[in-house]
Design a protein around this ligand. Structure first.
Ligand code: PEP
Ligand code: MG
Length: 672
């Protein structure tokens, strides 16, 4: 017997994709047939997400739900309850992720698809249907041609067996049933071609994902490929990309590479959240440099947050609030204001004061940069120079390999900004999680592969052109060279031989440079820490790269949120290595500083000071006044005691808690 219920849609956004998904999922749990209709639209299948969406039921619309079957009564009770509960839709959700960049922001979400663009989710007008179908057909035929070309070239290069992988994709695009479904969505339901493609394929993806057969579930990858190809063809120039944003938004993405983050337009992108990521990846480091709040490692942000949802990012605590209620928004508006007022006050009080302990031990605070444009903010917050210039960012944003002139121009621009202040230019650290876009030598284990100095030693042309540019720049400014990822004395000597060779060539060509340019190395590989006393005899300075030192010592991938809880600067192994490195530098009378993120985390400042460090290179710029405040609040004697106590613990959590409590007494506003 068929039964029915009338119920009003109450949630703010109406029956859009997420509520429709919830309704259909629930309806599918019952054996009865379930249908839904509104005053204006005819009955649709209540178990189909796409059908439900076509009702276009806005807030306030009354829907009629009918059920027919053995469990009709209970089905209607449950579905009515779901609608009355606003599909649990307006419920605010609070998520905890990994805080990577501080600050608070409240904006609407812009959800990026995996290809980096947004699919317009809109309905079309009746008179646009023909045009839309034509677009769909054109896109399908272009995609088919692309795949055929790919199949040909792959077969030629790798053999027909490999090439035949693409035959499946071609068959899918010839599938009459699939094509019919696309055009039906456009024709019958007035969906845009992009939206129709995406919805139909997503339904298939869901179906495939739910099957037990591993061969069949692996087909999901093929469907994603087809979806991307069709969307690329459909959206063409119209793609709504990050580059063309017109409003201020919070970007929600699965992941963002360091170069994607570096090229964000921060006048529009006011913050971002990602499904994966960690605090010490290069993406996180660049995010902090941009000065926009960011939280990563949220797991399913791209699935649960919809474009247009209001989102709060609390980058201080690593909290993201989706669809906040009015009370929460007000609360965060005031937190946002207080945070910026506090930072402003701290900056004006400390930026121009020297970093000196209460008993007169002087410390240098320098800035870490990825681009010359970051120098201004560092210096204006009180940096007395640049302690780490990550020059590989010149490569990350570029299609072609940067020339000697490109390097030279970037260094000259930096020197112009700095005047006589020092700049430590680190030679290329490509590989790991930073790749030149044109690189197609993907390694299985890039952090342990041909990364950094290894890459340079294997590519003398690239290495020498950078060294020439640094040396040319040294004629005009206070420039030092820093080699990354040195893991042995032999590697250091090889790198230094290159410098010697380039110097000889430049002498012959009569090009000016600083003959006494200082050469230093990053100590960021455990082997380098272990032989630091040997290395110290052949360099002018050490710069401790704790980001990699921790990753390599503790065997914890710095970019992987799954093991982020194991990544601890306070691990006794790290503290012992730090002591060893500092001792080697002191005994050999060379300078030593820290440029890893640990140096900018204020809970560790007193510990590092007490271990003997007098040079901190930190980022982002806003951290400089914070570090200064801590240094100016303690004596060196007290810092040594703190370091001794910290080194006596064998549980990193205990050490961190001890250090946080001390820092909290000095800056309670910043230790959460
Ligand atoms: C480090 O490893 O600590 C470091 C400063 O280098 P990067 O973060 O660029 O690898
Ligand atoms: Mg490093």
């Amino acid at each position: 017997m068929l039964i029915e219920r009338r119920v009003k849609i109450l949630n703010i956004n109406g029956l859009h994709a997420r509520p429709a998904t919830r309704f259909a999922e629930m309806a599918n749990k019952f054996n009865s047939d379930i249908f839904v209709r509104t005053e204006e639209k005819e009955e649709v299948n209540g178990k189909s997400i796409i059908d439900l969406l076509t009702l276009g039921a806005k807030r306030g619309t009354e829907i009629l739900i009918t059920a027919d079957g053995e469990d009709e009564e209970i089905a209607l009770d449950v579905l009515e309850g779901l609608v009355n509960d606003r599909f649990n839709e307006d419920n605010m959700e609070t998520r905890k992720g990994i805080a990577v960049a501080p600050g608070v922001v409240i904006k609407e979400a812009f959800v990026l698809e995996s290809e980096g663009y947004r699919i317009p989710r809109h309905l079309i007008k009746e008179d646009e249907i023909d045009k839309e179908i034509a677009r769909l057909e054109e896109a399908t035929s272009s995609a088919w041609k692309e795949i055929e070309k790919l199949e040909e070239s792959v077969s030629k290069n790798l053999g027909s067996q490999i090439g035949s992988i693409f035959a499946t994709h071609k068959l899918m695009l010839q599938d009459k049933q699939l094509m019919r479904e696309f055009s039906e969505r456009v024709q019958d339901n007035n969906l845009s071609a992009e939206y129709a493609v995406s919805l139909v394929l997503r339904v298939y993806i869901k179906k495939f994902e739910n099957v037990d057969d591993p061969y069949l579930s692996a087909r999901v990858g093929d469907i994603y490929d087809i979806e991307k190809r069709l969307l690329r063809n459909l959206l063409g120039e119209k793609r709504e990309e990050l580059k063309n944003l017109t409003e201020e938004v919070i970007v929600v993405a699965h992941d963002l590479s360091p170069s994607q983050i570096a090229s964000l337009d921060t006048t529009k992108v006011r913050g971002f959240v990602t499904d994966i990521g960690s605090r010490n990846s290069h993406s996180a480091i660049v995010a902090r440099a941009l000065g926009i709040p960011a939280v990563v490692g949220l797991g399913t942000a791209t699935v649960d947050i919809f474009g247009g949802d209001r989102v709060i990012i609390d980058g201080n605590r690593g909290v993201v609030i989706v669809r906040p209620d009015e009370k929460t928004i007000k609360e965060y508006q005031s937190i946002e204001k207080d945070f910026y007022v506090f930072e402003e006050k701290l900056s004006s009080e400390f930026k121009d004061l020297p970093a000196v302990t209460l008993d007169g031990r002087e410390v240098s605070i320098l800035g870490n940069i990825e681009f010359p444009r970051d120098i201004g903010p560092s210096v204006s917050q009180g940096a007395t120079g640049i302690g780490l210039y990550r020059t590989e960012f010149l490569y990350l944003g570029s299609k072609d390999i940067p020339t000697e002139e490109d390097h030279f121009n970037a260094y000259t621009q930096s020197i112009q900004e700095l005047g006589t202040k020092p700049i430590i230019i680190r030679t290329l650290d490509l590989g790991g999680d930073k790749f030149f876009p044109a690189n197609n030598n993907k390694e299985l284990n890039p952090f342990l592969g041909c990364r950094s100095i290894r890459y340079c030693l294997e590519n003398p042309k690239i290495f020498k052109s950078q060294l020439r540019a640094i040396l040319r720049a040294s004629a005009a400014g206070n420039v030092k060279i820093l080699f990354p990822m040195i893991s042995s004395l032999q590697e250091l000597r090889q790198a230094k031989d290159f410098v010697k060779e380039v110097m000889e060539e430049m002498n012959q060509e009569g090009i000016d440079f600083d003959e006494k340019i200082e050469i230093g190395i990053m100590i960021e590989v455990p082997s380098a820490a272990m032989v630091a006393d040997d290395l110290a005899k052949e360099v002018d300075f050490f710069s401790i790269g704790t980001n990699d030192l921790i990753q390599y010592t503790l065997a914890v991938d710095r970019s992987n949120d799954k093991v982020a809880h194991l990544y601890s600067p306070a691990h006794p192994a790290i503290l012992r290595l730090l002591k060893m490195i500092i001792k080697a530098a002191e005994e050999n009378n060379i300078k030593i500083g820290i440029c890893g993120e640990m140096g900018g985390e204020i809970e560790y400042t007193i510990l590092l000071l007490g271990l003997g460090l007098r040079e901190f290179s930190v980022a982002p710029a806003m951290i400089i006044p914070e570090v200064k405040k801590i240094i100016r609040s303690v004596t060196y004697e007290r810092a040594k005691e703190v370091a001794e106590t910290a080194c006596s613990y064998n549980d990193p959590a205990e050490t961190t808690e001890y250090l946080r409590n001390i820092a909290r007494e000095i800056i309670p506003e910043l230790i959460y």
